[in-house]
Write a protein that binds this ligand. Structure first.
Ligand code: LMR
Length: 328
């Protein structure tokens, strides 16, 4: 052995053992909801699958509950590469400039979960993901979280009950138009700020999936909820495109398989998790749940369906037509 080689070997042996082994690829996965929600559980499942399938060459770090970033910041962090993976609600892509995603917020667009899946698993779902690529983002999967309900401190039965209420919404112009069509005053706010805003009266009410309302303890600060199922909540699992494209092929393949499996899990648990959350809300006795009558629902529909037409210039006529066709 030459002197130089001996020196190199000695230097390598001096390194701590962990540093000598190849350091794992770290994927920071940030999201805004509780771990105990359909999205939180699916993210955890993805972590387990991804780490097992890559034999520890990848480490997934989960940051739930807006621990790392709030709604708007997390999109920017993804583009900058400060995090590698997110699963924002489809109602949060407008500020990024991909307004077509707001088609998913059109009230009463889906009659059931199958109608939603027909869109995300069809050509429109793929086309929407293509629109993210110029933004440096790649879409990997859609995760369902079912239908949304309304909450406030007064019963929301008739459209007139919404008059003048300040309602927290996600950053979607379609949701803005929806609340205005009901006579309410929409207010965009990060999810992490919602509970306190309701508690202090900064806003009067909101809409969300029961699993989010329950895990954020919104039922403790809202006296009434209406099981309107007027809107739908779902997510896009997205990654920083440059990071993703730069991964070794075998790693990317293993992660894609893990995502596929986590997606099937997310979609399978959404409805049971939300039903359980609703039961939890009811059992708490803090909130009165209202099931609207057919006449009440018809009145809501009459007020809300014009939002489709109103939002066509923003969302795109062709996108809406494609969504109608897929949703059946
Ligand atoms: C919200 O901001 O209301 C929800 O989209 C949060 C989430 O990600 O489910």
């Amino acid at each position: 052995m030459t002197h130089a080689r001996r020196r190199l070997l000695a230097a390598a042996l001096a390194l701590p053992l962990a540093a000598r082994a190849q350091a794992p690829i770290v994927i920071k996965f940030s999201h805004v909801v509780a771990p105990d929600t359909p999205k939180g559980k699916a993210a955890q499942r993805f972590k387990e699958l991804a780490e097992a399938r890559t034999g520890g060459r990848v480490k997934i770090e989960l940051y739930p509950n807006s621990q790392l970033y709030k709604d708007k910041e997390e999109m920017e962090a993804l583009q900058l590469g400060s995090v590698q993976m997110l699963a924002p609600s489809l109602a949060k892509f407008g500020p990024l400039g991909v307004k077509e995603f707001e088609v998913f917020d059109l009230p009463f667009l889906f009659k059931d979960t199958a109608a939603f899946r027909a869109i995300t698993e069809g050509p429109l779902g793929a086309e929407l993901f293509r629109k993210l690529e110029p933004k440096g983002i790649k879409g990997l999967a859609y995760w369902d979280n079912g239908f949304q309900i309304m909450s406030a401190n007064r019963p929301l039965r008739q459209v007139s009950d919404f008059q003048g209420l300040k309602m927290r919404i996600q950053s979607s112009k379609v949701l803005d138009a929806q609340m205005r069509a009901l006579g309410a005053i929409p207010q965009v706010m990060a999810f992490s700020e919602l509970r306190q805003a309701l508690q202090t009266g900064l806003v009067d009410g909101t809409e969300n999936a029961p699993s989010n309302l329950y895990t954020q303890k919104i039922h403790e600060v809202q006296k009434h909820m209406t099981l309107s199922n007027h809107g739908h909540l779902a997510y896009a699992v997205i990654v920083n495109k440059k990071f993703w494209d730069g991964l070794p092929g075998d790693i990317r393949g293993a992660l894609e398989a893990a995502i596929k499996e986590a997606t099937a899990y997310a979609n399978a648990i959404a409805s049971t998790e939300n039903a359980a959350a609703l039961q939890g809300i009811q059992a708490s006795g803090r909130t009165t749940l209202h099931t609207p009558t057919p006449a009440e629902m018809n009145e809501w529909k009459k007020a809300l369906m014009p939002v489709h037409q109103e939002m066509a210039p923003r969302v795109g006529k062709a996108t809406i037509a494609a969504a109608y066709k897929a949703a059946g």
